[in-house]
Ligand binder design. Structure first.
Ligand SMILES: [Zn+2]
Length: 321
C-alpha cells in the first residue's frame, strides 16, 4: 500500500522535473571561456565521402549534438558575444561552403514547390520543428558566379526564393568570393572585385542584406588581410566582422584574449573529425564553453581570469566561480 502511494507520487514528480529541466543540458558548471566548435559542411548528398555527408548522417550529427547538450548559435551572434542559451548548454555553429545543390533544394510535390526534406535546409527545418530548443541557424557561404552545380545551389529560377528564404528565416549568408578564387594569387584590385562582386550578386536578391563574414576559398588569405575585411569595388562597399579558415580545430571563446575574428578556425564535419572532437570534449569537459544561461553575465572559472579579453560587450558583467 505504502509502496503504491510512493510510486503514485513519484511518477508525476519525475514528469514535472523532466519538464522543468532543460532537456539534454549538461550538468557541467558554466565556463564561458571554453572553446566553441564551428563546423564546416560541404555537400549533403550521396555517397558519403571526403567532401560529402549523406542526409542521414547529417541528421545524425544534429541528433548527437543535441543529445550532448550542444545548441545552435549564429556565427554573427558568436562574433558579437551575444549568445542566449540555456544554462548548461554549449554553443555550436554550422557553416556550409560552396552552395552545392544538396544544401538547399526545392522539389515539386503534388504540383507544389517544397523544400527537399533530404537537403540540408529541409533536414535542419524538420529537426528544429521536433526540437525547437536546438536553435535554427546556419551560415551559407555561397558562390554566385561559380560553374554549375555550385552556382547558388544550382536551381537558377529559384535563387531569389532561396536567398530570401534564408534571410527571412534567420539563416546567414556569407561571402565566399564570386567563384572560389584563391585570394593569395591575385593583386589587390582582383581580390576586392571578387569580394565586392559576390556581395553585389547576393544583394541583387536580398537588397538590404549585408554579409558579415567571409570564408576564404581553400583557406588562403590575400597578401594583405585588410583587403578581405573592408573595402570597395564596383561601387559596392563591404565590411566583414569575421574571416573563416578551413581548418584549425575548435575556436576560442569570443570572450577569450585568443579570439581573433580575422582568424576563425573551423572543424570539417567529417565522420572521423567530428567524432574525435566530440570525444575530446567528453574527456575534457573543462575545455568546453558552457553557458550560464544569462546573456548579461559572463561566468568564468576564477583561475582563468587572466585569459579574458580586454574589450567585452558593454553592459555585461563578469562572474568568477
Ligand atoms: Zn569553398
Amino acid at each position: 500500500m505504502l509502496r503504491t502511494t510512493i510510486r503514485a507520487l513519484l511518477v508525476p514528480l519525475a514528469t514535472v522535473l523532466a519538464l522543468a529541466a532543460p532537456a539534454f543540458a549538461t550538468d557541467l558548471p558554466p565556463n564561458e571561456l571554453g572553446r566553441v566548435m564551428i563546423l564546416e559542411y560541404h555537400k549533403i548528398d550521396y555517397p558519403e565521402e571526403r567532401w560529402t555527408r549523406t542526409p542521414e548522417n547529417f541528421r545524425r550529427d544534429l541528433e548527437t549534438l543535441y543529445a550532448k547538450g550542444y545548441r545552435l548559435v549564429g556565427l554573427n551572434t558568436l562574433i558579437d558575444g551575444r549568445m542566449t542559451l540555456p544554462a548548461g548548454t554549449t554553443p555550436v555553429v554550422l557553416t556550409f561552403d560552396d552552395s552545392s545543390p544538396g544544401q538547399f533544394r526545392y522539389i515539386e510535390a503534388s504540383g507544389k514547390l517544397e523544400i527537399d526534406p533530404k537537403s540540408a535546409i529541409g533536414i535542419l527545418d524538420a529537426f528544429t520543428r521536433e526540437r525547437p530548443d536546438f536553435g535554427r541557424v546556419a551560415t551559407f557561404f555561397v558562390l554566385p558566379a561559380a560553374d554549375p552545380p555550385n552556382r547558388l545551389f544550382n536551381q537558377p529560377d529559384l535563387v531569389g526564393k532561396k536567398l530570401q528564404y534564408l534571410v527571412s528565416q534567420g539563416y546567414e549568408i556569407g561571402n565566399h568570393t564570386l567563384w572560389h578564387a584563391n585570394l593569395g594569387k591575385y593583386p589587390e584590385p582582383t581580390v576586392r572585385a571578387q569580394i565586392a562582386g559576390a556581395q553585389q550578386w547576393i544583394q541583387r536578391y536580398v537588397p538590404d542584406y549585408r554579409p558579415r563574414t567571409i570564408a576564404l576559398p581553400h583557406g588562403v588569405y590575400p597578401r594583405d588581410v585588410s583587403w578581405a575585411i573592408t573595402g570597395e569595388a564596383k561601387g559596392t562597399q563591404y565590411r566583414h566582422d569575421g574571416i573563416l579558415m578551413v581548418a584549425g580545430g575548435a575556436a576560442p571563446s569570443p570572450y577569450s584574449q585568443k579570439f581573433d575574428p580575422t582568424r576563425l578556425p573551423r572543424i570539417q564535419a567529417l565522420e572521423r573529425d567530428l567524432k574525435e572532437w566530440l570525444a575530446h570534449f567528453d574527456k575534457n569537459p573543462q575545455e568546453r564553453f558552457v553557458s550560464d544561461g544569462n546573456p548579461m553575465t559572463i561566468t568564468i572559472p576564477a583561475a582563468l581570469r587572466d585569459r579574458l579579453r580586454k574589450e567585452l560587450p558593454r553592459d555585461v558583467r563578469v562572474i568568477e566561480r
